[in-house]
Write a protein of this length. Structure first.
Length: 459
């Protein structure tokens, strides 16, 4: 360490090192004070990040509420979920439809006749070298059959056929234990007449017959007095934006599509909650405790006072020209507390969304045709300028503090270098002083000894 010599003072028996250390400690006080300032500024940087994160949460919620698509959310109910259920996509027309399910879509199925059944699964059904061909929806495939092909082998060959157009084969045992108990069953993988199975070449002893025959495989529904047939029990091409899932037939149900005001309400509540969290964070860290003499990390920074005032003003200002029932957030239940936080009457908000959802949308989004920005649109734009990572309000504050920290760091380095040089020189001077004092001590000791010797000789 500069200014420290372990043997300093050994020659003079004086605590010269202690003197240097005390002098240096006194000179270190300004550097220590600057380091303390640095820690305060670093605390500010950390608090800037915390505030920025909380403001981003407000911005994200405001962004959602500034989009028309947020207000296109829909919900659908079925009066008889045992008959059918439904799902709905955003933007579907609000309204009510009556649905009668006359018939469910079914799969086409075939079975070998009882007379051509066999006694066991591994009984031979091949009638010679040839094939077993089958067609689904215009696509034909076939499997090879030989004179030794068994019932189980035929079933497995169909299921393992890489060109299988949509048929599942299985071996059926009727459980009676007769010579014809085992038969081949073919079932189309998809429902509807279009997916019915057709049997072509059949070089087996089996005679195939339809169980669930073509012609009654499509679902039949009547929607708002109009009849429809579809190949599937999942129907999405009749009511725009609505998918019907048929569950049972016959049966009737009423489908009701409404605006999903609950999701919009949740987003408004989330925005206000996020706003309050940000305001509380700023307020708590802007205080000065007169008793402890301790100031918060944001105390004295006018930027944050201006910021909160502007955001508060955005939520309070009336928007003219919208033409709806609401021109101010207070109209839908928002109020402000003395501490700068906001309160939201969810009963008032819910009533507004139920009675005038389009007007709530206009208040938050605005009216593009009229060139009017809504509350959420304005708040999102305001927070974009505050939180953007480059040249944003908070990023500018961070840059300012970073520069201050660097400037203080440069001061510390300069002062430390100057101090080390000073005490390196002082240490050298003290070493010379120690040597000189040691020399004087030795001379003194020598003279004392000489005087003592002369005194003794005289006596």
């Amino acid at each position: 360490m500069a200014g420290s010599v372990s043997t300093l003072g050994a020659g003079s028996n004086m605590d010269l090192q202690g003197i240097i250390d005390k002098l240096k400690a006194a000179d270190q006080v300004p550097i220590t004070n600057i380091k303390a300032q640095q820690l305060q500024y670093k605390d500010q940087l950390a608090e800037f990040e915390t505030v920025n994160t909380k403001l981003l949460a407000v911005k994200n919620n405001a962004l959602d509420l500034s989009l028309d698509t947020t207000f296109l959310a829909r919900q659908v109910t079925s009066s008889q979920s045992s008959v059918l259920t439904a799902t709905v996509s955003s933007g579907a027309s609000v309204g009510t439809s009556t649905v009668h399910v006359g018939r469910l879509a079914k799969q086409n199925s075939w079975k070998s006749t009882d007379l051509t059944g066999v006694a066991k699964a591994d009984a031979v059904v091949g009638a010679g070298i040839g094939s077993f061909a089958y067609t689904v929806n215009g696509k034909t495939s076939s499997v090879v059959v030989s004179a030794a092909t068994t019932l189980q082998q035929l079933s497995d060959a169909i299921n393992n056929d890489t060109n299988n157009p949509g048929v599942t084969a299985s071996v059926r045992d009727d459980g009676l234990g007769t010579l014809t108990s085992f038969s081949l069953v073919l079932v189309s993988k998809e429902t509807g007449d279009a997916n019915a199975v057709t049997i072509g070449t059949n070089n087996t002893t089996l005679v195939m017959e339809q169980v669930q025959a073509k012609g009654v495989l499509d679902a039949q529904v009547t929607i708002n007095s109009l009849d429809y047939q579809r190949a599937s029990n999942t129907i999405s091409d009749i009511l725009s934006g609505v998918t019907l899932n048929l569950e049972s037939a016959p049966g009737d149900s009423t489908i009701k599509i409404t605006s999903d005001t609950g999701s919009v309400k949740d987003k408004i509540v989330a925005m206000v909650d996020a706003y309050n969290a940000a305001m509380k964070e700023i307020a708590d860290n802007s205080k000065y405790d007169s008793e402890t003499k301790v100031a918060g990390s944001l105390s004295g920074i006018s930027t944050f006072r201006t910021m909160t005032s502007q955001m508060n003003q955005t939520l309070l200002t009336s928007i003219n020209g919208l033409g709806g029932a609401y021109s101010n957030m207070t109209d839908i239940g928002l109020s402000f507390n003395r501490d700068g936080t906001a309160s939201l009457d969810q009963t008032v908000l819910g009533a507004a969304l139920e009675s005038n959802p389009e007007d709530v949308q206009r208040l938050l989004v605005g009216d593009t045709a009229k060139g009017i920005d809504g509350v959420a649109t304005q708040l999102n734009a305001q927070l974009r300028d505050i939180t953007k990572p480059s040249r944003g309000v908070i990023s500018n504050e961070k840059d300012r503090v970073d520069q201050t920290i660097q400037r203080l760091n440069d001061q510390i380095e300069t002062m430390t270098t100057r101090l080390n040089s000073k005490y390196d020189l002082l240490t050298k001077q003290f070493v010379q002083l120690d040597t000189l004092l040691s020399s004087f001590q030795k001379q003194g000791d020598f003279l004392t000894a000489q005087i003592a010797s002369l005194t003794a000789s005289k006596n």
